[in-house]
Ligand binder design. Structure first.
Ligand code: AQP
Length: 329
């Protein structure tokens, strides 16, 4: 039996090259060797306010981008989190075994809570819901970007705590980070990770940005006071541009050094922009085709949810049995 992969993306903001290089690109590579479930995690998105109409259309946009990036719905289940009630059912049961102190220590919670006047309980509970997404499907492998590594560790802690309280129930999921591109940084602020919710217009390259916008954003990226690439003294901005190039092209380190050492920053930026465009243009073309086909996306999402629902239901039933809750059988 194939090992199971689970991963997700929030339908909030515009999907960017960080999401692609940190997560989607890896999913596409892995999908044929595993039983894969790729989820649009809409319940996570509402931990901060989303205008309902925008959220509705973002769910479809993200689903279309999964497919445009190369996820094959014949092999992989593409589904929306809120279409399977087991995610929230299991989240409550896991909430009851999770110490609040574990959640308050999460760096993403601390950063997002600090940026808000009123902190919703959902923001604190976010990692429990994420644990439930993964454990619901007894996933073996979770391919994510580096920013999610701490949440994955917490998922294992929660699973371990549940298993030790109620007996072996959950598979221990493994985190899978890409070798290059696990943390793409903001173009304008290379000390911060590229993020969908960052305000700056030059912060992130969105997967649906047209070529002239991609060029403009990359040409304006923050570098440092050196005139040209020097691998031993380069700052975070140049390191980030090189990481973007390498993550797209998969060039080995030696080839990167030989090609870029001594290159002036203007030329480096031009080459990075062209590589990004070369990779995202075919994705954008497929995106247009997918979104023009009436009913296609809806069918993929319906089928995806139907395929995974029995797995979710059997985990919830098992957890209920373990905890002594009321069960059907
Ligand atoms: N900068 C990044 N570099 C590499 N991987 C990244 N990911 C996110 N940012 C980077 C990975 O993309 C997947 C989906 O992310 P998400 O939408 O579920 O959550 P996120 O990490 O919260 O994404 P953002 O872009 O930072 O959105 P906001 O600003 O809304 O919080 C995950 O696998 C993530 O690791």
């Amino acid at each position: 039996m194939k090992a199971r992969v689970f991963s997700g993306v929030q339908p909030s903001g515009n999907l960017h090259i960080g999401n692609y290089l940190g997560a989607l690109k890896n999913w596409v590579k892995m999908q044929h060797n595993y039983e894969s479930i790729f989820c649009i995690v809409d319940l996570h998105a509402i931990t901060v306010y989303q205008p309902p109409d925008e959220l509705r259309s973002k769910i479809k946009e993200i689903a279309a981008l999964f497919l445009a990036a190369g996820i094959d719905p014949k092999h992989s289940s593409v589904m929306v989190q809120s279409a399977v009630p087991g995610h929230t059912e299991l989240a409550w049961m896991l909430t009851c075994v999770t110490p609040v102190g574990w959640l308050e220590r999460m760096t993403q919670y601390k950063a997002k809570a600090a940026a808000q006047e009123t902190v919703g309980d959902g923001l604190l509970q976010y990692p429990v819901l994420m644990a439930s997404d993964i454990l619901l499907y007894q996933a073996n492998i979770v391919p994510v970007g580096d920013d999610q590594a701490q949440h994955l560790e917490l998922t294992r802690d929660i699973a371990q705590r549940f298993n030790s309280l109620y007996g072996e129930t959950f598979v221990m999921p493994e985190t899978k980070l890409p070798a290059v591109g696990a943390r793409i940084m903001g173009l304008d602020e290379p000390e911060k990770k590229m993020s969908k919710s960052a305000p700056g217009s030059g912060h992130a390259v969105a997967l649906l940005d047209p070529p002239d916008v991609v060029r403009k954003k990359i040409m304006r990226a923050t570098t440092d006071s050196n005139p040209a690439v020097d691998f031993s003294t380069m700052g975070p901005g140049v390191r980030n541009l090189l990481a973007i190039f390498q993550a797209f092209t998969e060039w080995p380190d030696e080839k990167m050094r030989a090609h870029f050492t001594g290159m002036r920053y203007g030329d480096l930026k031009k080459q990075v922009a062209e590589v990004v465009i070369e990779h995202i243009e075919p994705l954008q073309k497929r995106y247009q085709e997918i979104t023009c086909e009436p009913g296609y996306l809806e069918g993929v999402l319906r089928e995806g949810a139907e395929r995974v629902r029995p797995i979710a239901e059997s985990t919830v039933e098992l957890v209920k049995q373990r905890m002594g809750l009321y069960t059907r059988s």
